[in-house]
Design a protein around this ligand. Structure first.
Ligand code: GAF
Length: 391
C-alpha cells in the first residue's frame, strides 16, 4: 500500500512545510493556513444536477493553502505541485481563463460577483488530492481558496453559501457544467461521517460512517485511465437528463415517482436507460441512508454493486479498466464495489473486510498488468473533515 500511496504527489506534506515555502517565496509570514479535502462519493452518481440525493465523504487528501493579504490589489498564486507562480489582477478575471489558476481566479470572480470586497493576496498551495481521478481535486482547490479569501477579507459566509460560490466558479468561470456535490462535500463534510445531501433543498445530514467499528474498510483505487471524453460526455448526460425531464413534464428527474410509468412515456431507449439510472440511483441513496442510520454498514454492499451495474449498463459512463477493477475487487473479497465520480475513467471504491484492502488492491494491480492496462494507485479512505482553517 505504501508504494502505491507514495505515487500521490504531495510536495509539501504538512502545514509547517507550507509555511516555510510561503516565507521563502514572499519573505513574510502567512496570515494563516487553510485546508479543503477531495472527496469520495459513496453513492448517488449523476443525481446532483437532477435535484437528487448524494452521499459523499471527505478524504484525508486535501489542498493546503498558506495566504496573506497584499496591498497592491494583485493575487499571486504559487502551486508547489506545478512549480509555477501565476499573478492576476481584477481586469484579468474573465470567464474562460484556462490553466490551473482559473480555479483560483474563478473563486475571486465569484466572490466579487456576489458583492464581496476582495483584496489582493499571496497564496502558496500544495495538494495530495490525485488530479484527474474523479476525487474532486478542483473542488478542493476552489474550497480551500474560498476559505482563505473569506477569512483574509473577514467575510461571514456560511458553509452552504461557500459551496454554492465555489460551484458558481466551476460552472460559470471555468466552464464545467457540474452539480453541487463536490463543493458541498469539500465544505460540509465532517470526520467520521458521510454527508447525506439533498441537492434540491440543500438539506444536509451527517451520517455516522464508522467502517473500522464495523470491521470493514473502503479501498479507493485510481485506475489512472485517461478520460479525454469526460467533459463532452458529462455535458451530454446532463443534457439527456434535462431533455427527459422536459418530456416527462417534471422540473427534474428527482420528481419521477413511478419509474415504469415514466419509461412508458419515453420512446427513445437511450433516454429510458438514462432515466432508469437516475431514478434507481436516487432510491439507492435513500436506502443507503437508512442502512447507515441503523449502523448496518455491511448492508451497503449490494447497493454499491447495483449502483455500478446501473452506471455501466444504463448511464454508460464506465470504461473497461473501471469494470475490470470492480470485477476483480469482488472476486478478491470485496463485498461490494462501484465506480465513484463523474465516470469515463477515474476511481472505484470497494467495501472490504478490515485489513484486506492491501490484498484486494494488489490483486487489481496484477489483473491490470495481465490485461495490458497501466498501473493503478490505491489507498484506504478515511472519512475526514471538510474545509477548515488550520492556523
Ligand atoms: C462530477 C461532478 F462535478 C459532480 O457534480 C457530479 O455530477 C459527479 O461528477 C457525478 O455524480 O464529480
Amino acid at each position: 500500500m505504501r508504494d502505491s500511496v507514495s505515487t500521490v504527489r504531495r510536495v509539501s506534506d504538512d502545514a509547517t512545510a507550507l509555511v516555510e515555502a510561503f516565507r521563502a517565496r514572499t519573505e513574510r509570514q502567512p496570515a494563516g493556513v487553510w485546508a479543503a479535502p477531495g472527496r469520495v462519493n459513496l453513492i448517488g452518481e449523476h443525481t446532483d444536477y437532477n435535484d437528487g440525493y448524494v452521499m459523499p465523504f471527505a478524504l484525508a487528501q486535501r489542498v493546503l493553502i498558506a495566504a496573506a493579504p497584499r496591498q497592491d490589489g494583485l493575487w499571486s498564486v504559487t502551486s508547489l505541485n506545478n512549480h509555477s507562480t501565476e499573478t492576476f489582477q481584477a481586469a484579468d478575471l474573465q470567464p474562460g481563463m484556462t490553466g490551473w489558476q482559473a480555479y483560483v481566479a474563478g473563486v475571486v470572480w465569484a466572490l466579487k460577483g456576489a458583492g464581496h470586497r476582495i483584496g489582493g493576496a499571496d497564496l502558496v498551495l500544495s495538494s495530495d488530492v490525485p488530479v484527474g481521478a474523479g476525487l474532486s481535486s478542483s473542488a478542493a482547490l476552489e474550497c480551500a481558496v474560498l476559505s482563505a479569501l473569506a477569512d483574509l477579507n473577514e467575510l461571514d459566509i456560511a458553509g452552504l453559501e461557500r459551496a454554492k460560490l465555489a460551484r458558481r466558479s466551476e460552472n460559470a468561470f471555468v466552464g464545467a457544467p457540474t452539480g453541487l456535490m463536490d463543493q458541498a462535500a469539500s465544505t460540509l463534510c465532517t470526520a467520521g461521517h458521510a454527508l447525506f445531501f439533498d441537492c434540491r433543498t440543500a438539506g444536509a445530514e451527517q451520517v455516522r460512517f464508522d467502517t473500522a467499528g464495523a470491521g470493514l474498510e473502503i479501498l479507493v483505487l485510481d485506475t489512472k485511465t485517461p478520460h479525454a471524453l469526460v467533459d463532452s460526455e458529462y455535458a451530454a448526460r446532463r443534457a439527456s437528463c434535462e431533455a427527459a425531464a422536459r418530456l416527462l413534464g417534471v422540473a427534474a428527474l428527482r420528481d419521477v415517482i413511478n419509474l415504469d410509468t415514466a419509461l412508458e412515456q419515453l420512446a427513445d431507449p437511450v433516454i429510458q436507460r438514462r432515466v432508469r439510472h437516475v431514478v434507481s440511483e436516487n432510491a439507492r441513496v435513500l436506502e443507503a441512508v437508512k442502512v447507515l442510520r441503523a449502523g448496518r454498514i455491511a448492508d451497503l454492499a449490494p447497493l454499491l454493486d447495483a449502483s455500478h451495474e446501473s452506471m455501466r449498463d444504463d448511464f454508460e459512463i464506465t470504461v473497461p479498466q473501471v469494470d475490470l477493477a470492480v470485477e476483480v475487487a469482488r472476486a478478491s473479497g470485496a463485498t461490494g464495489a462501484r465506480m465513484t465520480g463523474g465516470g469515463f475513467g477515474g476511481c472505484i471504491i470497494a467495501l472490504v473486510p478490515a485489513g484486506e484492502a492491501e490484498r484486494v488492491g494488489s490483486d487489481i494491480v496484477h489483473s491490470f498488468a495481465a490485461a495490458g492496462f497501466g498501473q493503478p494507485m490505491y489507498f484506504t479512505a478515511v472519512p475526514s473533515a471538510g474545509a477548515q482553517r488550520l492556523h
